[in-house]
Design a protein around this ligand. Structure first.
Ligand SMILES: [Zn+2]
Ligand SMILES: [Zn+2]
Length: 362
């Protein structure tokens, strides 16, 4: 009988063949593979900086497009990513690099890159189709309808954001945004992937039911998205976020810094985005106090440099509370009551903490 145990020569033979094969086929493949990676990286970079459209227009040579809505959008869109880069570089120069925040927010950006955005777009389309027929009227194209649309949008934003802080389940979606312990433009990207669909469902529904035309809604979304990113500008780029007299008229980076603070005075204030009228109407408006230095972050003890903790920490904490709560009623209450609510009555909600602080101060 022939012994078919492969000898080392046989193995050597196969190895030689395999090696030859790999050198013929895989080396070009590997080259192709690296080329593809480089190409993908290049497109992702263009996508992040939002310059693809502007480059297309430049390549086509028809600069008159820059005067159209699409052209203007293509020029405004890259501003925030470029500022983010500048802020990052300034951080390195000033030796206040805030690397922990950048690292985690970069991971979040990668994680959210596709899925969250597509669900949000789908929800916006779905809500428009579902609710537009119930609107009592439709807005026109004049400036006063634009103002009306913006005020309505801010109202929708206020509702989404308020409940994002006051209902524990929604706080699980929103807390990722509040985890960073420094402020810079990368915080704009710190969101749990389901937050945008949740926010856009509420904001779109409110706008569409109150007659805001989809075209106007998209314009407002774009302006508000850009401004909403800008208010996360950190001290490395703009030290005083009050922006002079604007602090009295609109919501400035200073107001939004206050919103991101965990100091008792600042907790759960300034929910608006550009026009802070609804904060003033509902009593949640708070100016930055020169004597109370902002401390960014959330009150739960956490590791803000750990992606898993930033992204899933609140969900795990809620899960644990529900698990150990006695009775089905308490379990449900943990899900819908504000963060800090306790079934034994010793609540540590933002409202309790803030009221106590203000009482002791006076
Ligand atoms: Zn918030
Ligand atoms: Zn924010």
């Amino acid at each position: 009988m022939v012994n078919w145990k492969p000898s080392k020569y046989l193995l050597g033979f196969f190895y030689a063949r395999y090696y030859k094969l790999t050198s013929i086929y895989l080396v070009p493949c590997r080259k192709f593979f690296y080329m593809e990676i480089l190409k993908t990286f290049y497109h992702e970079l263009l996508n992040f900086f939002g310059v693809s459209k502007a480059l297309e227009i430049l390549q086509a040579g028809d600069y008159s497009i820059f005067t159209t809505y699409d052209g203007v959008v293509s020029l405004i869109y890259p501003i925030i990513p470029l500022l983010l880069l500048l802020e990052f570089i300034l951080g390195l120069i000033y030796k206040k690099p805030q690397l922990k925040v950048y690292k985690v927010n970069f991971l979040i950006y990668l994680f959210n890159r596709f899925i969250g955005r597509f669900i949000a777009i789908a929800m916006v389309t779905f809500c428009i189709g579902l609710f537009q027929k119930y609107a009592p009227f439709q807005t026109g194209n004049t400036w006063y309808w634009f103002v009306y649309g913006y005020v309505v949008w801010e109202f929708g934003h206020f509702i989404y954001h308020y409940f994002g802080h006051k209902i524990r389940l929604f706080w699980c979606l929103h807390s990722t945004h509040h985890a960073p312990e420094n402020m810079n433009l990368s915080v704009t990207h710190a969101h749990f992937f389901l937050e945008a669909p949740y926010a856009d469902t509420i904001r779109t529904t409110v706008c569409i039911l109150l007659g805001v035309k989809p075209e106007l809604l998209f314009l407002i979304m774009f302006i508000d998205g850009t401004y909403g990113a800008f208010i996360h500008v950190g001290e490395n780029l703009i030290k005083d976020g009050r922006l002079g007299f604007l602090n009295k008229i609109i919501l400035t980076p200073s107001h939004h810094r206050v919103h991101h603070a965990r100091n008792p005075l600042y907790m759960d204030t300034n929910f608006c985005n550009l026009l802070n009228i609804w904060d003033k109407v509902f009593g949640t408006f708070q100016n930055e106090d020169a004597n109370v230095k902002i401390e960014y972050g959330i009150t739960r003890e956490m590791n803000s440099g750990n992606f898993m903790d930033v992204y899933f920490g609140e969900i795990i904490a809620l899960f644990k509370d529900v698990l150990k709560a006695p009775g089905i009623k308490n379990k449900l209450l943990y899900i819908v009551m504000p963060p800090g609510w306790h079934h034994e009555g010793n609540h540590k909600t933002a409202k309790v903490v803030r009221t106590e602080y203000l009482k002791n101060k006076n």
